[in-house]
Design a binder for this molecule. Sequence first.
Ligand code: GLU
Length: 489
Amino acid sequence: MNVRVRFAPSPTGYLHVGGLRTALYNYLFARSVGGVMIIRIEDTDRSRLVPGAQESLIESLNWSGIEFDEGPGIGGDYGPYVQSQRFDLYKKYANILIGNDSAYYAFDTPREIEAMRERQKKAGLAPKYDRSTMKNQYTLGKEKTKQLLDSAQKYVIRLKVPFSEDIKFKDVIRGDVSVNGRDVDDQVLLKSDGFPTYHLANVVDDHAMEISHVIRGEEWLPSTPKHVLLYKAFGWEQPAWAHLPLLLNNNKSKLSKRHGDVSVEDFKEKGYLPHALTNFVALLGWNPSGDQEIYSMEELIAGFKLEKVNKGGAIFDRPKLEWMNSMYLRKIPVTEIYKGLAPLLDGKGYSNLEQNYVLSVINLLKERINFTHDFVEFGSYMWQRPDENDFDEKYIKKQWKENTAELITPLIERFRLLGDWTKDAMHLLVVEYLEEKGLKFGAVMHPLRLMATGKPVGADLLTTLQILGKDESMVRFDNFLTRSKNGKL
Ligand code: GLU
């Protein structure tokens, strides 16, 4: 079978991480079996359109590394991949359904529908279009229906759902699913303005574009019986269905903005790396091996099995995502981090930094941070000499005692004479000094860190000094000693 899958977003806002997971699973599946991946823009609901959303969705998908073979601006043999450019097609198919009695005209006004809902509510019934009491071609008869249609009366076309018949389908992830027609609404297929609803356009396009597998979120599961009926009514072969598990907050509620960021755009802005996000999202509902966590896109593709996706909701574990980002920060080439960091440093006004210098600092600190932007703050003393306010007061109190200046000054003098400003040469010198004085490492390393950086934590100090360079290190030591001498700490 030729595998053709699609990601079919509605341009109603930013790409949600749930949408990213759907796109990604479609992509992994297509690539794992040599199939075709399509993007189709489902913009039939004109009232929910957000200007710019289509562009932003596509940008987020590109950023995430998901590639499409067909779609708007990409090409393919199935006409435009934007539903608003295919409206005539849907109308034609709605009429086919009228012709074979799988759908019918209904003339109820919004007010009448509202009144029906009220009645049902009062009677404790689930809201559902009541075909037998409302104004439609069955209650009005053929003649009257024709008359109304000719008189340009507003109408919708509804799907004729067989009452009390089981609608059955197989879901790759969930197995056999069966719903009784009694519980399915006579869905509007064509609205009174002539626009199709999601259900009609979605099914017509999936058929027209020869989609072999519909892979989408669990929230679409209640729509599937309607789609199954549509396939039957048209006499078309159904695609394979696969409904992906919901994404949940830690407390098992549905993932929502109230619990933090949910859009790809947000994560991008917060400094997440694209592959860290896709790796994390790929494991929400599936894991190729069980205990491995870090996978390249190639590994994800090689291991993907649609039938191995879980049914149960997947917890969106934010600390794990952050951890994953830190793992990727250690893995990717430093030049890649540089590209993201350089504009941030510029923005902070840290100028005249040589690229090689910045690259060494990235190497020095990357094991200690989770985000590119952390380099700016965490490594502030590497971008600019700390001024008096940058010194951590508690650290001064703890590490700079009455006799520290006396103890450290001779060592600084030996540093001044050191020709080879490398961490190894400094190490030898320090060890010698400690032996001579009978001191422990910490007795000098903490004060040195304080003088050079002002901060209690950082990377290996001697490497830090090597990168700062001899001149800069000596200026920092001397400045500190002067402040100490003047009682200005
Ligand atoms: N347009 C729907 C959405 O926004 C597509 C659902 C489906 O994949 O059928 O998610």
